[in-house]
Design a protein around this ligand. Structure first.
Ligand code: ASP
Length: 587
């Protein structure tokens, strides 16, 4: 038996016991006649002590060859520790060693394997197996496992079953590029790796498996901006004979259950629901962080003045801007010139792309002071203040420019202010549903694409518009996203389940009948054999885990992630293949 206990297990109640532990050398220290080793395993740390006079001489001799990360098996007696360590669960005891077996030596690790490592990102990725020894990563993987278990338990109790779907398939459009795999047996032909199991889960509904789920890898060949991974995990779900309300209710339940089990948080209230339109209007994006207020104040939108006073000003900047949006900062009238200059620089950065930031202070004495006093008279300011519910002592920040850019900039500025003011607390969770997404969106070149994916159904009352291109922009879908703290963590929709409507959708997306038949004949065919109404959702599992762990990045919640260039630096993948392999594959 390698061990009787783990390194996290022994307490004062075990004093006097003969035990055997196995683990890695975290730390080694010698002082006079006494030496200590701190042994680490997945469960914790235990101190082992060696002492001249009390320990065998050969043991003391063997100690000289011990280094960090060696793997040892130690036998000895549990004794009370002289100077106790309150930080450590095992800190009241130590092991007086009477035998030590070196199970394996370790080369000197390239970085410290501690709570905080001194290794840079690349080094840690290259030696991922060592980085994974560090407690923060271990805790993350443990949390990940607990979240998947909680999800499985909940879904199982609701009658869902987990069904695996294939990885070697034909393309499933989810808006990214496919990873492709050449087929040796079918030279010149390729499989695509699934961007999601979307069409398979719909086929399972046709087959009568009315509650399906799968914790599943998805593959999307995207530029890896903003902490994405080319392969990531979803909790993918589908249900038959449901309406949007049923789906939201079941999965809100899943969330509440996960929060309770993982964070001990009872989310009693129903999650707020806001329409996509409201989200865009009040927050400037479709994944609002509602941990804090500071909603956008719409002064002018797409050329239409919502604050009529502005239309009477001869102020070119505002006249020429199609959109003017403002944010009220409570108590911000006291902000210094320097602070405002910094904010102005911030909105002028190329990523935000605004030409400036107007501000308006509502002084405690009731007067106004703006950055464009010449145009914004006291009367105009009072009117604007009124429009945006400005109180004495508040500050109004205004952005003016092209519609989409200004809305995006206002959304970013709101989040930036939220960060500055400490309003985005990592231990606060504010989930919500964003509903009623548009079905289609127009690209810059005038084409229409599916905002969610081509299998999403229009709202029944908008179905007719699918044959009327002039109305495409108006079509809304029973499509929904679940958003947590400014991050989209899941999305889904009620699907099309009739061949005719699916064909109309493909046609709206510019696909010919032949193309639709060639790519999606299997689905169109299935819809002819009694496809039930159905809908579903999928959650980004890696991100959900990161948020539950109070962190922003997903990488350290994945055992073996890729870097920003999509590389596995440990394996050095992707890599070339041999000429023979290429030939065999017909490449
Ligand atoms: N397949 C969709 C996605 O990956 C989710 C869904 O519609 O269920 O985003």
């Amino acid at each position: 038996m390698y061990r009787t206990h783990t390194c996290g297990e022994l307490r004062t109640g075990d004093i006097g016991k003969q035990v055997s532990l196995a683990g890695w050398v975290q730390y080694f220290r010698q002082k006079g006649a006494v030496s200590w080793i701190v042994l680490r395993d997945r469960y914790g740390y235990t101190q082992v002590v060696f002492e001249e006079g009390r320990s065998k001489p050969e043991l003391l001799e063997a100690l000289k060859k011990i280094g960090r990360e060696d793997v040892l098996q130690i036998q000895g007696e549990v004794i009370e520790r002289y100077s106790k360590n309150k930080e450590l669960p095992t800190g009241d005891i130590e092991i007086l060693a009477d035998s030590m077996v070196v199970l394996n030596h370790s080369a000197t690790p390239p970085f410290t394997i501690e709570e905080e490592s001194d290794g840079g990102d690349d080094l840690r990725m290259k030696y991922r197996y060592l980085d994974l020894r560090r407690p923060p990563l271990r805790r993350n993987l443990e949390l990940r496992y607990r979240v998947s278990r909680a999800a499985r338990e909940y879904l199982d109790a609701q009658g869902f079953f987990e069904i695996e779907t294939p990885f070697l398939i034909r393309s499933t459009p989810e808006g990214a590029r496919d990873f492709v795999v050449p087929s040796r047996m079918n030279p010149g032909q390729f499989y695509a790796l699934p961007q999601s199991p979307q069409t398979f889960k719909q086929l399972l509904m046709v087959s009568g498996y009315d509650r399906y789920f799968q914790v599943v890898k998805c593959f999307r060949d995207e530029d890896l901006r903003a902490d994405r991974q080319p392969e990531f995990t979803q909790i993918d779900c589908e249900m038959a004979f449901v309406e949007q309300e049923d789906v939201l209710r079941i999965f809100e339940g899943l969330f509440k259950d996960i929060f309770k089990k993982i964070r001990g948080l009872e989310l009693k209230e129903d999650f707020p629901r806001i329409s996509w339109e409201e989200a865009m209007r009040h927050y400037g994006n479709d994944k609002p962080d509602i941990r804090f207020g500071m909603k956008l104040c719409n002064l002018k939108v797409e050329g239409h003045y919502e604050a009529p006073i502005l239309s009477s000003l001869a102020f070119k900047v505002l006249e020429e801007a199609p959109s003017i949006l403002a944010i009220r900062v409570e108590g911000g009238a006291s902000w210094t010139r320097k602070q405002l200059d910094e904010l102005t620089d911030w909105v002028k950065r190329p990523q935000i792309g605004m030409s400036g930031l107007l501000h308006l202070r509502h002084n405690p004495d009731g007067s106004f002071k703006s950055s464009a006093d010449k145009f914004l008279t006291q009367e105009v300011c009072a009117e604007l203040g009124n429009h945006c519910s400005l109180q004495a002592g508040d500050l109004l920040l205004m952005l003016a420019g092209p519609d989409a850019r200004t809305r995006k900039a206002a959304s970013e500025l709101r989040l930036h202010l939220g960060n500055m003011l400490g309003l985005r607390k990592p231990d606060e969770f504010a989930p919500l549903w964003v509903v009623d997404f548009p079905l289609l969106e127009q690209t810059d070149d005038g084409h229409w694409t599916a905002l969610h994916h081509p299998f999403t159904a229009p709202k029944p009352e908008h179905a007719l518009f699918l044959n009327q291109p002039e109305h495409f922009g108006k079509i809304r879908a029973n499509a929904y996203d679940i958003v947590l703290n400014g991050t989209e963590i899941g999305g889904g929709s009620i699907r099309i389940h009739e061949r005719g409507m699916q064909e109309a959708m493909f046609a709206a997306l510019g696909m010919s009948r032949e193309e639709a038949q060639e790519q999606f004949g299997f689905l169109l065919g299935a819809f002819e054999y009694g496809a039930p109404p159905h809908g579903g959702i999928a959650f980004g599992f890696d991100r959900l885990c990161a948020l539950l762990g109070g962190q922003e990045g997903i990488r350290d919640f994945i055992a073996f992630p890729k870097n920003n260039a999509g590389r596995d630096v440990m394996l050095d993948a992707p890599a070339g293949i041999s000429p023979e392999q290429k030939k065999e594959l017909g490449l």
